[in-house]
Write a protein that binds this ligand. Sequence first.
Ligand SMILES: [Zn+2]
Length: 169
Amino acid sequence: MRATPAQRVYLKPVIASIPKAAAFIVALLTAPCIHGQGPPKEAGPFRQPELAEIVKLDPTIKLDIRYATKNNFLGRPVYKQARAFLQRPAAEALVRVNQALKAQGFGLLVFDGYRPWWVTKILWDSTPTEKKSFVADPAVGSRHNRGCAVDLTLFDLKTGQGEDAQRIR
Ligand SMILES: [Zn+2]
């Protein structure tokens, strides 16, 4: 799957800098889940979900929503709209990261954020057994399903140069 190692490498430091989101993730990972046909059921003292659209909070964050294009490992779009959402605390933390990066001459380019559970199911069902370790098991769900994971890279503010510089306008 081209949710590539490079994206994961960038993702980790960003997530590490988001204490609220990290606490949220830990709460989710420790919650019990029941395997079934739909999203896993979870019990716990969760905050009310509130998805925020990233570019509405900071229009300088750029998007390249791969699952709205053919440029993903499925070779076809699964999203109807090229938009990215995160739970509000994670989205606000991402904005702080983007603002901090500006001083260093970089911006954030987001490939994916919140991912509906049914998309995770499609990705899982479309992946051969030997490659399933690269995709999230829908029986457990993913951090993307919970709106607290983001796939991204950096781009240079001066040159637009980044991992996918040719797509930046
Ligand atoms: Zn991801």
